[in-house]
Design a protein around this ligand. Structure first.
Ligand code: PRP
Ligand code: URA
Length: 209
């Protein structure tokens, strides 16, 4: 069974409270998505392996640790996942970025794939899939299946808000994928939106409504 990590850090919770506010502007919402992603990335990469390295400082030798050449690919689910990419690459500048285009069919809520572009060595990389909303879990589950089909073996999912339904779906479909969220909300409404949630993340990031 995968691990579900809910971030209770005050900075994340404070920023999330502003994101949820329906009166928050597109500009501020977009900035907050990026900032929350950056803070979550810090914790979600806690298990990166390091190796010892000696560094000459102006005053002597320091015994330090550096990340042991781990290759990472950040995989936003389009569109809304794009909002989390800047924050992540600020923290992991050497990461590559692969894109998966999916949208939810409004009638069936089933994900429809329209784009898939990964770095050529994706199967050798650890993937962090990012999407602000984990609602029914259909999009995240499908995206992760596509990555597994491409040979990726180690995958994490980072979402800002998760619904219990989406978390359960992910744990059933992908018990090997740990899930990181800033909040687990109450339920989905009749059109598959997270309650209380924050509305449509893509529309709020890109100002399309
Ligand atoms: C949203 C969101 C997720 C998906 C979550 O995207 O960004 O990708 O819905 O829902 P699910 O867990 O029920 O699959 P949407 O389909 O609205 O597309 P967009 O990012 O282009 O706005
Ligand atoms: N997608 C969103 O953007 N918001 C939700 O609440 C559910 C799916």
């Amino acid at each position: 069974m995968s691990r579900v990590c809910v971030f209770d850090h005050p900075l994340i919770q404070h920023k999330l409270s502003i994101m949820r506010d329906k009166n928050t502007s597109v500009k501020e919402f977009r900035e907050l998505v990026s900032e929350v992603a950056m803070l979550m990335c810090y914790e979600a990469t806690r298990d990166l392996v390091t190796e010892p390295v000696d560094v000459e400082t102006p005053c002597g030798t320091a015994h330090c640790n550096r990340i042991a050449g781990k290759k990472i690919v950040i995989v936003p689910i389009l569109r809304a996942g794009l909002g989390m990419v800047d924050g992540m690459v600020n923290m992991i500048p050497s990461a590559k970025v692969g894109h998966i285009g999916l949208y939810r069919d409004p009638a069936t809520l089933e994900p429809v794939k329209y784009y898939f572009k990964m770095p050529p060595d994706v199967s050798e990389r650890d993937a962090i899939v990012v999407d602000p909303m984990l609602a029914t879990g259909g999009s995240a589950s499908a995206a992760i299946s596509f990555l597994k089909d491409a040979g990726v073996k180690r995958i994490k999912l980072m979402s800002i808000i998760g619904a219990p339904e989406g978390i359960a779906r992910m744990q059933k479909d992908h018990p090997d994928v740990d899930i990181y969220v800033a909040a687990e909300d109450d339920h989905l409404n009749e059109i598959g939106y997270i309650v209380p949630g924050l509305g449509d993340a893509g529309d709020r990031i890109f100002g399309t409504k």
